[in-house]
Design a protein around this ligand. Structure first.
Ligand code: UD1
Ligand code: CA
Length: 468
């Protein structure tokens, strides 16, 4: 039978120094909550290690917001919350988890992580777990590192067989000079937690129950020192949040470049964690890619493009200064320059959306061309239809939205308006300058414009009367 592990994430803290109203764990960096990173890393580690896992999220300050976050989480079926009513310290937070989720006592291992360290990845947990498993007499390991500036961290005091951690507040001057510090990440055999947790006291300078008291010189516990402090960087202020966001973005860009994505000036690209880009794609300077955006293989995205929660499939081009939100662009499409695709815009293979065209909640089939200065809203347009310049779907009557349906192989001349609801059949032709109010059947020719009147020599007479 597979080993089991409880993944306990401490997120009850208010994060006072952030000066924001939401719980710190929900502060966002590179398009995700801080909590998302730790939860993904912990669950990823358990999966990679073949462990059966459950996440216990210890919530406190404004817990309803964390619960709302959880209700949208793709892995919510393996995440439970525990409520620490009063913040009496990290040991008390772990106790709140076991109190509310007693099944956690049954798991072989207990992992403890903080919620405010978005640079952590499953590899750190794997290293920590490997150290614990390498020695069957060990009951717990703590991730440590040598800090450039150890201020605020608990110091690691190595001994034999175990070690202990002294908090900055409680440390002597000599102890404060120790550079090896506690990251706040631990993996323990749950049996050890069961034996020690309830006996932890709060007789220290803070009057808090310290989780670090699970580690004592006489226990078979060990610090596992990591070569870099970067994975453990915690966020306490908005300034640190911005710094970590930059690091996350650099990490993301590096990974994409290794996978074959070319960035002409990577430092200027703003990219969220969940964005994917296929190999052979070229990203120009000053591109913004946000949220759940998926870019296929061999896509070109020119400068100034802003793309949020959209999919752009293989071989398509998003030309300069285009804005896409909630859009689906099929293969080999050209969008822009300066085009806007709004929510529900679906652009078929080999189509072309040109400059100053806006498309909203509309489905365009293969090979449709809307090349200039048009608004396409609540419409369906069939294959290979060509829409001239200055086309407008008049989809809103002041109260309701209506649909425009246009068939395949149809030609719509420039400067036409469709007064929706209206439908144009396949192989139809609409003359330029028409305001279409009635359906045109397949193969039909629609023209709806005032007949022209031309008067010979009248221009001069007209001007004369004007001047008089
Ligand atoms: C803790 C460690 C310290 C370590 C540091 C690393 C203790 C006693 N000290 O200190 O050795 O160097 O982390 O960052 O554990 N939390 C709760 N409930 C509480 C208190 C905290 O859920 O009652 C949560 C916080 O939201 C946070 C985590 O626990 O996610 C750590 O709390 P924090 O106050 O940052 O711990 P430190 O005092 O910095
Ligand atoms: Ca604290």
């Amino acid at each position: 039978m597979a080993d089991t592990i409880g993944l306990v994430i401490l997120a009850a803290g208010k994060g006072t120094r952030m000066k924001i109203d939401t719980p710190k764990a929900l502060a966002r960096t590179a398009g995700q909550a801080l909590l998302d990173y730790v939860v993904d890393a912990a669950i990823g580690f358990a999966q990679e290690s073949g462990l059966v896992a459950e996440v216990g999220l210890v919530v406190g300050h404004r817990k309803e917001l964390v619960e709302a976050w959880l209700s949208n989480h793709p892995k919510r079926e393996v995440i439970r919350t525990a409520w620490q009513r009063e913040q009496k310290g990290t040991a008390d937070a772990l106790k709140a988890c076991f109190d509310d989720l007693p099944q956690f006592w049954n798991y072989d291992y207990t992992l403890v992580a903080c919620a405010d360290t978005p640079l952590i990845q499953s590899s750190e947990f794997r290293t920590l777990f490997a150290a614990l498993q390498a020695d069957s007499s060990l009951v717990g390991v703590a991730a440590t590192f040598d800090a450039r500036n150890p201020k605020g961290y608990g110091r690691i005091l190595r001994s034999h067989p175990g070690f202990h951690i002294v908090e900055e507040k409680d440390a002597t001057d000599t102890e404060r000079r120790v550079l090896e510090v506690n990251s706040g990440f631990y993996i323990l055999r749950t049996q050890h937690v069961r034996e020690v947790l309830s006996s932890i006291r709060n007789d220290n300078k803070s009057g808090e129950f310290y989780l670090t008291d699970l580690f004592q010189d006489q226990f078979s516990v060990r610090p596992v020192k990591f070569p870099s402090e970067e994975p453990f960087l915690g966020i306490n202020t908005l300034e640190q949040l911005a710094e970590v966001t930059t690091l996350l973005r650099i990490r993301k860009l590096r990974r994409l470049m290794l996978e074959g994505v070319e960035f002409l000036n990577p430092g200027t690209v703003h990219i969220d964690q969940a964005v994917t880009i296929g190999p052979g794609s070229i990203i120009y300077p000053n591109v913004t890619l946000l949220g759940h955006t998926n870019i296929g293989d061999r896509v070109v995205i020119e400068s100034g493009a802003f793309i949020r929660d959209s999919e752009v499939r293989a071989g398509s081009e998003i030309l300069a200064h285009s804005y896409l939100e909630g859009a689906l662009v099929h293969e080999a499409v050209t969008i822009g320059p300066m085009a806007r695709l709004r929510t529900g815009a679906e652009i078929g293979t080999e189509s072309k959306i040109g400059n100053f065209v806006e498309v909203k909640k509309s489905k365009l089939a293969k090979g449709v061309k809307v090349s200039h200065l048009s608004y396409v809203g609540d419409a369906e347009i069939g294959e290979n239809t060509n829409i001239g310049c200055g086309f407008v779907t008049c989809n809103y009557d002041g109260v309701n939205k209506h649909k425009t349906l246009i068939g395949r192989n149809t030609f719509i001349g420039s400067d036409c308006q469709m007064i929706a609801p209206v439908s144009i059949g396949d192989d139809a032709f609409i003359a330029a300058g028409s305001t279409i109010t009635k359906d045109v059947p397949a193969g039909g020719f629609g023209i709806a414009r005032a007949p022209q009147v031309t008067k010979d020599g009248a221009a001069r007479r007209f001007l004369k009367t004007k001047k008089a």
